[in-house]
Structures are given as structure tokens and as C-alpha cells.
Design a protein around this ligand. Structure first.
Ligand code: WT7
Length: 635
């Protein structure tokens, strides 16, 4: 596998080479994978269209790189360790051979029902090994998977299924998560009343809750795999995929409209997740990697599944939550399985800080070597606590900045090899050329500056399109600053050229590391009878990073504010999912708008943050008096 950049000098050298001759640089790295056919051209790109093609002409199947190629040397090594939500339930281990077999079997079950290359399959499951198997089985047969996080509502599921025109769903009867038992199949049943494209539904039974099966459409996972001949299934070759064939769609929220389906393709995504996994964590063979994300998010795709498995690592998949049954659950899992790399989100760290140091102090966790953080800016307090209490002062922390759209990490320190700096993601990986621009798109040069973070050229894992709407991809990422990929984040660059990500500069919220679009939440709130208009903004929240503050114009009885707030949040839960519920709801008689009718979110943000002294000029507003009223009613 690619040699590790194990100090700043070798990183700097690789970085220069990657920019001077990207084709030679990535060609050499890609040479180490299993290809059915090698590429004709390493890179072709144009950010105007936009069009990005990596390893064009090559053919491969990513699952052969994640499974088959490890069989000769590592067939009996653990590929996947699964730890239950319930500490009393035994964990499960799949060796590479066993995982390969399970994937081949379920791939055959999919083929038996006519699922074929290019078909879209939505996956809505809890964190059980069968989720990993389902994802890889889709990839095996060339079906495009679209995993939908188990916390999304029926409405959100049907929106995604319809947008992707999925022909099949793979789900569970229910999911265990902390003290909760979530009925997934019921949600699917409700969602599918609005979807005509779905012909088949597989149901893996995890909670053994009562479910209804629609005959002709629904199949139990256990029945489906029992009907497969194992030897025959293993003998079927993996589907041959073109480098730029879509591997998956993952829906993510933006500042406007409905979630968009970010599309990643086979070859570039594989190379990028592999490269970034090994380099950022400085992965050593035999290490156990525990990424605490859900596979419903990009972090789970890239760093529970494709990155670690392509590297032949042991990946640990955890069904539960950090605090159930008590706030030492992560530490128990780390000790039980002798985890080497722990990769989690600042919001989890902050909630564990809140639970008290005694929980983590009971656990020595001598196996830990590298700690990763992802999903939102990490505050200094959380960084130091992670370093001292979890890592006992002897583990490296990597602060990895990236996005659903980037496929894998773009800016990070390399564990122990390049300097870390608390709250800084530090330096870009080879192939990544970041720059800061001002509002007008002029590049901001030099150090000790801040601006909007853009990237000048494609890396192998960049998104290729948004499903069914290429124009939206162009508008969202490539048009704000022509010729550049715009991340939507603000950043500053210190005296060493290290980057610190300061957060979104668009109307996207990051609540507990989950990405939430303001427009989506507003549309949901507006469905509540009596709501005339609403505007939501983020505000600093001790645990979630950002909380959701909703300003609502409501025509009706406002005497019982609590039940009004409850009613509004029920609609939000039903329309999007519980993750999008508002933390604070303020009823207002009007919203601050410009004369052209645009809501001045900047002002609403300041009020929600309590920064009342710096509201800026409000005299140009349509109705400046409304601002005083909103301030007076602040929650
Ligand atoms: C947004 C992307 C990346 C996978 C999980 C979230 C924020 C992500 C960091 C970090 C500061 C970060 C950014 C980014 N973000 N990592 N290390 N430091 N901010 O993926 O849902 O696509 O969200 O998460 O604001 O734009 P996502």
C-alpha cells in the first residue's frame, strides 16, 4: 500500500509532487489496487461544466479491493467486529473470508430478484453487520446504494427514494439505539405509500418486533439468503464497473430546497478513502479502527467501510450510543476490543465531558494510539479533554476536515507525523489545493488571514454530480466563485499556513455533527396550522455545537407556548426527523426583511447568539421596529 508520509518533510515533498504532476502522483498510488483494466487517462477535468473524470477507461469492482484481494494473506484476519447496543449481548467478528462470503450471498439474493448494475437501492437499517453486508453487496453487483440514516422520517425517506427512483429497499424490522427501539419497517411502509418505483423490500430482523409483510414485495433477509447456494454465489464474478460509474448516492442538506443526492464514483472514491484513511491515521497493519459514526452518514461510508476495508484493516461497528447504558460505553468498547484508532465527533466528546471525568478515568485504554475528530469545529476544551482524559496525554489527535461532497478527508494533520494544533485541521493532504477568498471572490493571500474556503482543483474523491440535477451541482459548488469548488465553510490560515475551519458561512446548520438545511426546517415548520412564516438560525450550543433557533409568525392562540412549541416540533420530526427539532421557538409578529423582501438572517443570528450590541445597520429594513420586538421576546 502507499507508503506513509511519516514526517513533515515527506508530507511537503509529496504535496509538491501531487500539485506539480498529479497524473504521475495518483497513477502511482492507484497502481497498487486491483483493476480489471487499467486507465487510459488519470485525470480529465473542467470546473466550469463541471466535469471531473479520474482513471478514465479503468475497470474495477471496489468490493474486490475491499474483500477478495485480502483473502490470500488476510482471509482469517478480522475484517469487521460488531458490538451490540446491549453490553450483555456477545459481539460478532467477521473475518475477511466470512465477510466476503456474506457479501457474495446477499449479492446473489439481490440478483435473484433481478437487481442489476445501475439500479438504485435504498438502505434504511440500524447499525447491524447486515447493513455493511447490504452496502457491499450492492457495490458487488453494481447497484447504486443510497443509505438513508435511520433517524429520518417517512416523508424524508420517500423524498429520497423518489428522487433516486429506487427499485428496492433494504431495511430492518427495527433498530436498537440506546434505550430506544426504533420501528424502521413501519416507517418504510408509510414512506412507500408515496413511492411507485420500489418493487422489492428486504427486511432483516433485529428487534423481532411485529411487522407486516406485503406479499410479493417484502422478503425476509433470512429467507432470501437461505435460498442462495453459497458456492454458486461465491463463484459469480463481481460486476465489472467503469471507473466513473456511480458507486453511491448520499443525500445531504443544503441551504435551499430539498436534500440533494451527492454522487460518488467507483475508482476515485476508492483511491481517496483508502489514501486518506491510511495517511491521516497513519494506519499500521493489524490495527483496530473504531469510527463511531453511523453508516447513514458519509463518515460511516468512508471510514467504517470503504477506507478501512480497502486497507485490510479491522473495522469496528458499534450499534449503540456513547452514553447507554452509562457514559463509559465507548471506553468499554475500546478496552474490550483493544481499539487502536478512535474516530468520533466533537459533539460526542462534549456530551461525555458533561457526564463527568470519573467515567473515563476508570479506563486505562492502553491500546489507543490515534484519536480522530470530525464533523464540526472542535473547541479547545473538548480537544484538551480528548487528549488528556481519553488519550491519557499519549495519543495523537487528528482533526479531519471534510464533507459529504469531498468523499474523504481534505485537510488534516497526519497522526504523529505532522504537527497538530488544537482546533486546527492544519494542512491539506496531497492533491488538495485550498485557498481563501473574500465575498467578491478575490483570493486572500498570505498568512494570518481568514475568508471563504475554496479548493482550486479536483482530488480523486470529489463529488461528480448531484443525482438527476447536474445544474444544481454546478450552482451549489462551482458557481459562487467560478473556477473554484466552494465548500460553504469559512476558515482562517495562521502564521504557519495551518487552516482552522470556523464553520459554515451559508445557511447550513451543523447540529451535533448533523447537517441541516435551514430551508428544509422552515418548510416543515410552515406546515404547522397557523404558522404564517418562519426563519431558523443556528446559535452556539454547549453540547450540540449549534442549536436550532426558530422565529415563527403564528396566527392563533399563543398563551400555551409550550404546547405550541411541542406541536411545531412534532411536525418537524414527522417531516424530517427528530434531529431537526428546534431547541428554541420564539413567536414574533414579523421578521426583519430588506425592502426587497429578503430575510436578514444575520440579524436573527446575532439575536439568537445574544450579540445584541453588534446588530449592524437596521435602518434599511422594511420595518426596523420589529427588531426591538424580537430582542424583547428573546428566548
Ligand atoms: C461540514 C460537512 C465530514 C464528515 C461529517 C460531516 C463541518 C466537518 C470538520 C472539522 C470543522 C468540520 C464543516 C463541513 N466539518 N469536519 N474537522 N472541523 N468543521 O459531513 O454532513 O457533509 O458536513 O461539517 O462545516 O462543511 P457533512
Amino acid at each position: 500500500m502507499p507508503s506513509l508520509m511519516n514526517n513533515l518533510e515527506s508530507r511537503n515533498l509529496a504535496y509538491l509532487q501531487s500539485l506539480e504532476n498529479p497524473e504521475a502522483f495518483w497513477g502511482e498510488i492507484a497502481d497498487q489496487f486491483t483493476w480489471k483494466r487499467k486507465w487510459d487517462k488519470v485525470l480529465d477535468w473542467n470546473f466550469e461544466t463541471p466535469s471531473v473524470r479520474w482513471f478514465d477507461g479503468a475497470q474495477l469492482n471496489i468490493t474486490e479491493n475491499c474483500l477478495d484481494r485480502h483473502l490470500p494473506d488476510r482471509g482469517n484476519d478480522p475484517a469487521l467486529i460488531w458490538e451490540s447496543n446491549n453490553p450483555q449481548e456477545p459481539s460478532k467478528t467477521y473475518t475477511y473470508r466470512e465477510l466476503h462470503e456474506a457479501v457474495c450471498i446477499f449479492a446473489q439474493a439481490l440478483r435473484n430478484e433481478g437487481i442489476a448494475k445501475g439500479d438504485r437501492v435504498c438502505i434504511y437499517m440500524g447499525m447491524v453487520p447486515e447493513l455493511a453486508i447490504a452496502v457491499l453487496a450492492c457495490a458487488r453487483i453494481g447497484a447504486i446504494h443510497s443509505v438513508i440514516f435511520g433517524g429520518f422520517s417517512a416523508q424524508s425517506v420517500s423524498d429520497r427514494v423518489n428522487d433516486a427512483q429506487a427499485v428496492a429497499i433494504i431495511t430492518c424490522d427495527g433498530a436498537f439505539r440506546g434505550a430506544k427501539d426504533i420501528a424502521l419497517k413501519t416507517v418504510i411502509d408509510e414512506a412507500l405509500t408515496q413511492c411507485t418505483s420500489v418493487k422489492k423490500v428486504w427486511v432483516y430482523q433485529r428487534t423481532n418486533t411485529t411487522i407486516s409483510l406485503l406479499s410479493g414485495r417484502d422478503i425476509l433477509w433470512s429467507d432470501a439468503i437461505a435460498a442462495v447456494d453459497i458456492n454458486q454465489a461465491i463463484a459469480v464474478p463481481a460486476e465489472i464497473m467503469e471507473a466513473e460509474d456511480p458507486l453511491f448516492i448520499l443525500y445531504t442538506s443544503g441551504s435551499t430546497g430539498k436534500p440533494k443526492g451527492v454522487v460518488h464514483t467507483c475508482a476515485g472514491y476508492m483511491v481517496w478513502t483508502h489514501y486518506t484513511f491510511t495517511q491521516a491515521f497513519q494506519y499500521q497493519p493489524g490495527w483496530i479502527h473504531f469510527c463511531t459514526a453511523d453508516i447513514g452518514w458519509i463518515t460511516g461510508h468512508s471510514y467504517i467501510l470503504y477506507g478501512p476495508l480497502s486497507a485490510g484493516a479491522t473495522t469496528l461497528m458499534f450499534e449503540g450510543t456513547p452514553t447507554y447504558p452509562s457514559p463509559n460505553r465507548f471506553w468499554e468498547v475500546v478496552e474490550k476490543h483493544r481499539v487502536d484508532i478512535l474516530y468520533t465527533a466533537p459533539t460526542a466528546i462534549r456530551s461525555l465531558i458533561g457526564a463527568g471525568d470519573e467515567w473515563v478515568e476508570k479506563h486505562a485504554m492502553p491500546s489507543l494510539k490515534v484519536l480522530g475528530t470530525v464533523g464540526e469545529p472542535i473547541n479547545a476544551e473538548a480537544w484538551y479533554w480528548y487528549h488528556e482524559k481519553v488519550g491519557k496525554g499519549r495519543c495523537e489527535i487528528v482533526d479531519t476536515w471534510w464533507q459529504t461532497e469531498t468523499g474523504g478527508v481534505l485537510i488534516t494533520n497526519l497522526a504523529g507525523a505532522t504537527p497538530s494544533k488544537p482546533t486546527y485541521a492544519t494542512l491539506p493532504l496531497p492533491g488538495v489545493e485550498p485557498l481563501l477568498v473574500d465575498e467578491q471572490g478575490h483570493e486572500i493571500f498570505g498568512n494570518n488571514v481568514s475568508g471563504n474556503l475554496c479548493i482550486r482543483r479536483p482530488w480523486p474523491g470529489i463529488l461528480r454530480t448531484t443525482w438527476g440535477d447536474h445544474e444544481r451541482c454546478k450552482q451549489t459548488y462551482f458557481s459562487t466563485y467560478p473556477g473554484l469548488y466552494f465548500t460553504g465553510d469559512g476558515a482562517l490560515r495562521d502564521e504557519n499556513g495551518f487552516y482552522r475551519i470556523t464553520g459554515r458561512v451559508d445557511d447550513v446548520l451543523n447540529v451535533s455533527g448533523h447537517r441541516i438545511g435551514t430551508a428544509e426546517v422552515e418548510n416543515a415548520i410552515n406546515l404547522y396550522p397557523g404558522v404564517v412564516e418562519s426563519a431558523i438560525v443556528g446559535y452556539p450550543h454547549d453540547i450540540k455545537g449549534q442549536g436550532i433557533y426558530a422565529y415563527v409568525i403564528y396566527q392563533g392562540d399563543t398563551t400555551d407556548r409550550e404546547s405550541l412549541a411541542k406541536g411545531i416540533n412534532e411536525v418537524v420530526s414527522k417531516t424530517i426527523g427528530a434531529i431537526a427539532k428546534a431547541d428554541k421557538i420564539q413567536v414574533v409578529s414579523g421578521l426583519p426583511k430588506t425592502r426587497s423582501g429578503k430575510i436578514m438572517r444575520r440579524i436573527l443570528r446575532k439575536i439568537a447568539e445574544g450579540e445584541l450590541a453588534s446588530l449592524g445597520d437596521t435602518t434599511t429594513l422594511l420595518d426596523p421596529a420589529v427588531v426591538d420586538e424580537i430582542i424583547a421576546g428573546r428566548r
